[in-house]
Design a protein around this ligand. Structure first.
Ligand SMILES: [Zn+2]
Length: 484
């Protein structure tokens, strides 16, 4: 088996790995201005997509241009969400050189779409012109058997097992693992570390002994003393259950987004978040909660419902919520998602309405997660001047984005101008990626396998750490070819 790294190697974004010049794993884009695509020209026989985030699926329509018609293999939620993402990319960049596909290619995606559930092996033929080539890298003519396993990252996300009859490759994609059950949950010890990248800034709030033991669902839910301690917590994401499958593999291609970070306990993060939002609402302020459309928006809706935090939801995340609810078997608790949907008030999208809501005493979950677009562009300028208001960032803020700028400087370029923000800014680590312990725990099942590290800012360092632990590990660079 020969692997060529076209993107996502020693970086986060534009993931793309080409197997034997025939089978492509993911074909994402690196968001930015302009967006960047995987390197080189490819004409694969088929593409297998791990999940529906832009950095894994964003460039897939471009594979269907000209006369190329590779089959696209993915789970049902990934198929639906990929179409939504492609349409959004067209809206943002369509018709410009920054977008290598058009409506025609997006429409072709459904004609060449092959949907598969978890643990349902399927055959992918290597039928292209290269199939008969004597490459010497395994029995190519037999094609591949591919199997998806739940990766616990977002609805439909998959670990991808590729077996060519000779070698088994496990591509983790992005994944998340539930916390071990260790009894009582306490606030973590990293929550005050507001300056650390990707760490949960938190508010520093701690819970006194006077907290009520009663879950209060009455309209006076914003009472500062309303209890949070008896909210049933989840040892991971509320939206999807964590990854548990550990299929045998000779090679593991593992993501490493948080290889240097330990997440706080999820329940502690949720409680800090809920208390902070409720406090601001109690004080008469508005809280804007920027969130990624796929996964994070739904997770925050579930958290707001569980903690009875009043909220509006706006942006692409509302459409995504409807889509993921079509696939209840891919959610941890479909009933909870249904309740969260009725708890949140959906914004229909006129700016006049948004301005009224921004003046309201409420929380607003809205795209984009890094303040680079979406309805947040209306809400943030509306609430920014009043220090009683708050912006709660809920994900990693990439260097160069307005969200990152806001965290670091207290001002950000939003809606065309650099604006100072007096509203308080906080960051919460609602990550959907395994942390260092999660990654090492996962790799415990693969001590005999060769490990290739990708999808991270410190892939080489993590590979070296794994080598010290006895693994045969490396971190290929973009353009590298690895024969296994
Ligand atoms: Zn992802």
């Amino acid at each position: 088996m020969e692997l060529r790294f076209l993107g996502g190697a020693r970086e986060v974004g534009r993931s793309a790995i080409l197997i034997d010049e025939s089978l492509l794993l993911d074909y994402g884009l690196l968001t930015g201005t302009p967006p960047r695509y995987p390197v080189g020209k490819v004409g694969p026989d088929a593409v297998v997509v791990s999940h529906s985030h832009l950095d894994h699926v964003g460039a897939v329509p471009a594979l269907l241009s000209g006369t190329d018609r590779p089959d696209i293999h993915w789970t049902p939620p990934t198929a639906d969400l990929a179409r939504t993402l492609a349409r959004d990319t067209l809206k943002l960049h369509g018709g410009t050189p920054q977008c290598p596909f058009a409506e025609t290619e997006v429409a072709r995606m459904s004609q060449h779409s092959e949907r598969h559930g978890y643990r349902e092996p399927f055959e992918v033929c290597a039928s292209g012109t290269d199939a008969s080539r004597s490459s010497g890298h395994g029995p190519r003519d037999k094609g591949y058997e591919v199997t998806f396993f739940n990766a616990g990252h977002i609805p439909g996300s998959a670990h991808v097992l590729v077996d060519d009859g000779d070698t088994r490759l496990l591509y983790t994609g992005d994944f998340h693992i539930d916390e071990p059950d260790e009894g009582d949950v306490s606030d973590g010890d990293g929550g005050e570390d507001g300056g650390a990248e990707r760490a949960a800034g938190g508010t520093g709030h701690r819970y006194g002994d006077d907290r009520s033991r009663r879950r209060d669902r009455t309209p006076d839910y914003v009472r500062k003393t309303a209890g949070l301690g008896d909210i049933e917590s989840v040892r991971g994401q509320r939206l999807v259950a964590g990854s548990t499958a550990r299929p045998d593999a000779d090679i593991v291609l593992v993501e490493s987004t948080y290889s240097d970070l330990t997440h706080d306990r999820r329940a502690a993060i949720e409680r800090r978040f809920a208390e902070s939002v409720r406090t601001t609402i109690w004080e008469g302020g508005t809280v804007v909660i920027p969130a990624f459309a796929i996964g994070r928006t739904q997770e925050l809706m579930l958290v707001c419902d569980a903690y009875d935090v009043p909220c509006y939801v706006d942006g692409m995340g509302t459409e995504v919520t409807t889509q993921v609810r079509r696939y209840p078997e891919y959610l941890r608790d479909a009933d909870a998602m249904k309740r969260a949907k009725s708890h949140a008030r959906v914004v229909s999208g006129r700016d006049g309405q948004r301005k009224r809501i921004a003046a309201d005493n409420t929380a607003i979950i809205t795209t984009s997660g890094m303040l680079s677009g979406g309805p947040a562009m209306t809400y943030v300028p509306e609430i920014r001047a009043n220090p009683v208001n708050k912006i709660c960032l809920t994900g990693y803020q990439v260097e160069g984005t307005p969200g990152r700028e806001l965290v670091e400087t207290g001002r950000a370029e939003i809606a065309g101008g650099v604006i100072p923000v007096s509203a308080r800014v906080e960051q919460y680590d609602f990550s959907a990626h395994a942390d260092r312990e999660g990654l090492l725990g996962f790799l415990d099942s693969y001590t005999e396998s060769k490990v290739l590290v990708n999808h991270g800012d410190r892939c080489e360092v993590f590979a070296a750490e794994l080598s010290e632990r006895g693994y045969e590990a490396s971190a290929p660079a973009i353009g590298d070819t690895v024969v296994v």
